[in-house]
Design a protein around this ligand. Sequence first.
Ligand code: GAR
Length: 214
Amino acid sequence: MTRAPLRLVVLASGRGSNLSAILAACAAGSLAAEVVAVFSDKAKAGAQAIAHDANIPACILSPAGFASRLDYDRALFDEVDRYRPDLIVCAGFMRVLSAEVVASRTQKLINIHPSLLPKYAGLHTHQRVLDSGDTEHGASVHFVIPALDAGPVIAQTRIPVLPADTSETLAARLLPAEHRLLVDTITLYAARRVEHEHGQVLIDRIAQKVPQTF
Ligand code: GAR
């Protein structure tokens, strides 16, 4: 029996290269999914133009005018829910989400973060890797929980840190690996193989002790 494609809503604040990677995989038929809407908190987000060009509803909801983070998040997710997403992907969505909107979506809210979590939650991850003298860097896709970048990690990708690396070269070398990581993780999810239960990632109903490596 063939399943309906996974309905994806993508949240993105910036450039949108991860969104492009998802769209390319959908168009190539390698990812059984469709992006049904893209939401941004910033009008100038590149992701908005990408969605526009792909004829996907491109929605901007600015936090200005909302009295609190929670008010904004409730309004945002009310809109998101109208698209009946199977999975909501934070792809460079640079806002901390309120516990309330996260807690009611534990199975279907994921985020890509440019570090080997639990290392380097938060910002400036590439520079922090260099400052720490790490020999390895990477990215993680995790289920979102109320604590920032702390949800169970589904999958990671790793790259070496080279002696001449700057935060810019590291970020540039990591980006294509991020794209593959995100697409491969969503592919696993689209096969209905990934779940989030009791703070753990389950794959094929088996609790994972370590993240998948893509
Ligand atoms: C990506 O590198 C993603 O890992 C990062 O933002 C970038 C978005 O790029 N996410 C975070 O830092 C989340 N804390 P993109 O707009 O080109 O997809």
